[in-house]
Write a protein that binds this ligand. Structure first.
Ligand SMILES: NC(=O)c1ccc[n+]([C@@H]2O[C@H](COP(=O)([O-])OP(=O)(O)OC[C@H]3O[C@@H](n4cnc5c(N)ncnc54)[C@H](O)[C@@H]3O)[C@@H](O)[C@H]2O)c1
Length: 331
């Protein structure tokens, strides 16, 4: 694929630019373009790299008369219209593995926070109170963590929380009970899993099968006081149902990094975030120095691999619309 120049439209780590330039690809960084400016600019480039801020919708893709590839430095392609890209034979790729450890570590930090009320107790002390009784917690050791989605992040969360003494149980439609056992996760069907869980953490993509996966019925079938963590995607946990379960006490606490709408303005989401038993972070799962360098390098490596110019970089494992790539490489 002939990629001679790339527009970097979001603040991706400079490692991306450096690697592309080392492979004789010209790079321009133009951040915070309006939709109209992007539609103008895209006409001059063979590829575009974005993080989360820039939306690469159908109009932008159609304006990109030279456009051959769209790279997202991060996991997921929510801000890219993959159908429009596929219709125009534009390859869409992301870097799903690059931030897995960062998302995993935030998940573990949030689980510990829920057990020991770290965020709430710290806010209370900063506000001048000395409330030791209110913030007494529970040990994680001996508790059961249910992990929905045993892919890259789910598996790493299991391994780390086992070190805290948690029993790990889980479900994933493409993982066998034997595979789960290899990393000490007891595989259970969902009905059985809900009944056993003290904590539930979700690590699936947001797809029709996982939208509202954690809902009123599920929460009702859990132990009273179950705690819920979502560092995957907003919409997997139904926000209204979670709020109702927190109010009734059926849910004993929740930690949320991702929301149905970001930044959130919906009153239900805002009430959820403000709830005493909720620890909320503004989509920080991938926000570490290490993950940002890793995803920047991975997106550049894959664009270079598409050009076929490097004996070193050959993997295009983050391509979402593989049929386009196959069509272009066999043409
Ligand atoms: N908060 C953040 O900043 C952040 C950072 C990185 C990743 N993520 C998100 O975390 C999630 C997991 O990422 P990953 O890299 O582990 O993905 P992955 O593809 O490695 O694993 C996801 C797993 O979910 C499983 N799954 C699909 N449908 C399921 C269902 N109905 N029930 C149970 N499991 C199901 C898949 O089979 C797969 O094994 C994704 O949604 C990703 O976008 C969020």
């Amino acid at each position: 694929m002939d990629i001679r120049n790339v527009l970097v439209a979001d603040a991706v780590d400079e490692a991306c630019v450096a690697l592309l330039q080392r492979h004789s690809i010209q790079v321009d960084c133009k951040y915070k373009l309006s939709k109209e400016q992007l539609i103008q600019a895209i006409q001059n480039y063979d590829a575009i790299v974005v993080r989360s801020d820039t939306k690469v919708g159908a109009e932008v893709i159609q304006a990109g008369s030279r456009l051959k590839a769209i790279g997202r430095a991060g996991a997921g392609v929510d801000n890219i219209d993959v159908n429009a890209a596929t219709a125009r034979d534009v390859v869409v790729l992301n870097t799903p593995g690059g931030n897995a450890i960062s998302a995993c570590e935030l998940t573990c930090a949030l689980i510990a926070n829920l057990a020991r009320n770290v965020a709430a107790a710290s806010a209370s002390l900063k506000a001048g109170r000395w409330d030791r009784k209110l913030y007494a917690g529970r040990e994680l050791s001996g508790k059961t963590l249910a992990i929905i989605g045993l892919g890259r992040i789910g598996k790493e969360v299991a391994l780390r929380m086992q070190a805290w003494g948690m029993t790990t149980i889980g479900f994933d439609p493409i993982v066998t009970p034997q595979e789960a056992q290899q990393f000490n996760v007891q595989y259970l069907e969902l009905d059985a899993l809900w009944r056993r869980a003290d904590y539930i953490t979700v690590h699936t993509p947001l797809i029709p099968a996982t939208r509202n996966l954690i809902n009123a019925q599920v929460l009702g079938s859990c132990k009273k006081g179950v705690k819920v963590i979502n560092v995957a995607r907003g919409g997997i946990v139904n926000e209204g149902d979670l709020l109702a379960a927190l109010k009734s006490g059926q849910c004993g606490g929740a930690a949320i990094d991702v929301y149905e709408q970001e930044p959130p303005t919906n009153p239900v989401t805002l009430e959820l975030i403000a709830h005493d038993k909720v620890v909320a972070t503004p989509h920080l799962g991938a926000s570490t120095a290490e993950a940002q360098v890793r995803v920047a390098v991975e997106v550049a490596e894959q664009l270079i691999a598409l050009t076929g110019r490097s004996p070193e970089y050959k993997s295009t494992s983050g391509v979402i619309n593989r049929a386009v790539l196959e069509k272009l490489t066999t043409a």
